[in-house]
Design a protein around this ligand. Structure first.
Ligand code: PLP
Length: 367
């Protein structure tokens, strides 16, 4: 197994604690421990043994509650959505299998599929349609040889969400081929506009939905994720998990239970922060109507900009980091050159400072 470099995560891991303005983040300003748990005494008595490898029953039940018809037997608690994605795909795919990835994409499942020796086919959202899905292209791509279709919904990097009808259509297209569908739903609940995004879970028997606390809930540091799947997939993933992380971190599993008991209020917070901060990015974008194009995002603290400057996106971001101590994500990290993903869920002073720095950098390009 040789995994390709995960370019975006490598860049973020290298620079996120070094740059002054990190606008590469896709989630929301994180909660403090005090924000997350009003009664810190609850933590003091927790014995720091191994937690249950599947996660606490209460945490699993809470996750099941927002996946229709799921029970806790359908839920495995993982170390971040990252581990859920890894286990879901690695327990399904053999070398030579075909995997379709809906693009542009976060690229974790893309890289894992390649690392596992799968043949990756890409089906692109259509930028000219406002990054909507091309269901005909999917119909043409998926065949009986397709082992898994991977979709990220709401989408990273575009911030667009499929409608409930599109979710159903996509599931229906995949179903007759005996193909699995892995839906990374980590941005579900982080909608700025519109209703909570429909889950793929439950549309047919070969669906795995993944998610976690890192985005909508503002708790990435807990490293808590989940996989919602038929029991035999949960069993396969749990068996592989014995080799990866064994069990969730005990305190994180407890904090996840506490956070999910307040799901509604945490999701309200997410919508509030996105609504508060989007106008800052939107008015900045409006001042760049000549040189940038974008579609207003529906979910996630991100917007995906196309640009016309004669410079590759990685070179542009290298300059931003080096000369302006500001990081955004180059489109090249999503195989979408001449684009930038800019986050807006961070504290407003960081957002404003970072956008001003980008302005100064862009002026030098226009010369
Ligand atoms: C689509 C997507 N899936 C998974 C992850 C990783 O999530 P976690 O921090 O829960 O491991 C990210 C992080 O940016 C993401 O954008």
């Amino acid at each position: 197994m040789r995994f390709p470099e995960f370019s975006m995560e490598r860049m973020q891991s290298t620079w996120e604690h070094t740059v002054t303005y990190d606008l590469s983040e896709s989630g929301l300003e994180a909660l403090t421990l005090e924000d997350a748990v009003r009664d810190l005494g609850l933590l003091a008595k927790e014995r720091l043994g191994y937690s249950n490898g599947m996660g606490r029953d209460a945490t699993r039940t809470a996750v099941a509650s927002f996946h229709p018809e799921a029970t806790r037997d359908n839920v495995l608690i993982t170390t971040g959505t990252s581990e859920a994605n890894f286990l879901a795909l690695a327990t399904l795919v053999e070398p030579g299998d075909e995997v379709i990835i809906v693009m542009p994409n976060y690229m974790q499942l893309h890289g894992i599929a390649r690392g596992l020796g799968a043949k990756v086919k890409e089906v692109w959202l259509r930028e000219e349609w406002g990054w909507r899905i091309d269901l005909d292209a999917m119909r043409a791509a998926v065949t009986d040889r397709t082992k898994v279709v991977c979709v990220c919904n709401p989408n990273n990097p575009t911030g667009q969400a499929l409608t409930a009808a599109e979710v159903l259509d996509l599931a229906t297209i995949v179903e007759p081929h005996g193909t699995w569908l892995i839906a990374d739903e980590v941005y579900r609940g982080a909608e700025r506009v519109g209703p909570e995004t429909a889950t793929f879970w439950g549309h047919h028997e070969r669906i795995i939905a993944t998610g976690g606390l890192s985005k909508a809930y503002g708790l990435p540091g807990l490293r808590i994720g989940w996989m919602v799947a038929p029991p035999e997939r949960i069993a396969a993933a749990w068996a592989m998990k014995d080799y990866t992380t064994i069990a969730p971190a005990t305190l994180s599993d407890l904090l996840a239970e506490i956070a999910l008991a307040r799901r509604e209020s945490l999701l309200k917070r997410a919508r509030y922060l996105l609504t508060e901060r989007w106008p800052i990015l939107e008015s900045w974008a409006a001042s760049h109507a000549q040189d940038l194009h974008w579609v207003a995002p529906a979910a996630g603290g991100i917007c995906f900009f196309g640009y016309s400057y004669p410079i590759e996106s990685t070179e542009l971001v290298d300059r931003l980091i080096r000369d302006w101590s500001t990081m955004v994500v180059p489109g090249a990290h999503f195989n979408a050159e001449r684009h930038l993903r800019i986050g807006y869920g961070m504290p407003t002073h960081t957002l404003r400072g970072g956008l001003e720095a980008i302005d100064r950098a862009l002026v030098t390009l226009a010369d």
